[in-house]
Design a protein around this ligand. Structure first.
Ligand code: ZN
Ligand code: MN
Length: 258
């Protein structure tokens, strides 16, 4: 019986007992260190990925690995841009190899089922590459049953929840950086880290359907948020968390069995 779902809090002997069952399942949260406006901290993406993983862990009999807390470069059309103060990013190669290395270590320990839970939009394709390299290498080494499920948590928000959280209309996931989704989840999970008196109020960013390099700070709101978080509440965060947790538990159970 595990005394904690957090891998970093578990002793190595209990961990070995857990992996030796052959049914071990590890959830790997990935985020970023990235500005999230004046009202929220830099660590939001990793905090939320970790909280979502923790919420799903009990039902999945899973362990939550320490989060990868740096992510791929923030981009203007999804995170406000990498030029902003505080944003501290990795190159693609570094992120790919972090994921590959960590996944291969879990496979070496006897874990065969890994779920990468992404909390930072720009990470996704590089997480995919890292997972793909790890699964190929593990299988080439004879670990034939090694598998990875990769997901971004917001993809589990269903239409009904979306309507309840955005009664005035949903502007799209691309402008949700620092907006109602992340702020509501933070108000539900880490209210002491949010200062709504500093929340900016402005219309959603007008984004072009293309990118321009180098980044031009004038193309996105100076608040660092791509839409206003003014409608965020802990109650909306609860709806979002429940939808995401239930959706992830269902998906992972159906892919891996329980
Ligand atoms: Zn974020
Ligand atoms: Mn992000």
């Amino acid at each position: 019986m595990l005394t904690t779902r957090q891998l970093e809090d578990l002793d190595a002997h209990s961990y070995q007992d857990y992996t030796s069952t052959g049914h071990g399942l590890v959830l790997l949260p990935t985020g970023a260190t990235e500005q999230h406006g004046p009202h929220m901290p830099l660590g939001v993406d990793a905090m939320l990925a970790r909280a979502v993983a923790t919420a799903a862990a009990e039902d999945l009999d899973a362990l939550v690995a320490p989060a990868l807390s740096y992510g791929y470069k923030s981009q203007p059309r999804s995170g406000g841009g990498n030029h902003r103060p505080g944003t501290t990013s990795l190159s693609a190669q570094t992120l790919i190899l972090q994921v590959r290395d960590v996944a291969l270590e879990f496979f070496r320990h006897g874990i065969r089922r890994l779920v990468v839970i992404n909390g930072h939009f720009e990470n996704y394709q590089f997480l995919y590459e890292g997972a793909d390299l790890a699964v190929r290498e593990a299988r080439a080494a004879g670990l034939d049953d090694s598998r990875v499920v990769l997901l971004s948590y917001w993809d589990f928000v269903d239409d009904r929840t979306l309507e309840a959280v955005f009664p005035e209309g949903f502007h799209g996931w691309d402008v949700e950086h620092g907006g109602v989704l992340e702020t509501s989840l933070m108000l539900r999970l880490h209210p002491e880290k949010v200062d709504m008196s500093r929340a900016p109020s402005h219309p959603p960013a007008q984004l072009t359907p293309y990118d321009v390099l180098p980044e031009d700070p004038a193309r996105t709101p100076s608040s660092g948020c791509l839409s206003s978080p003014a409608g965020a509440t802990a109650e909306r965060g609860e709806l979002l968390l429940n939808a995401v947790r239930d959706g992830i538990v269902r998906a992972v159970s159906s892919e891996f069995g329980k």
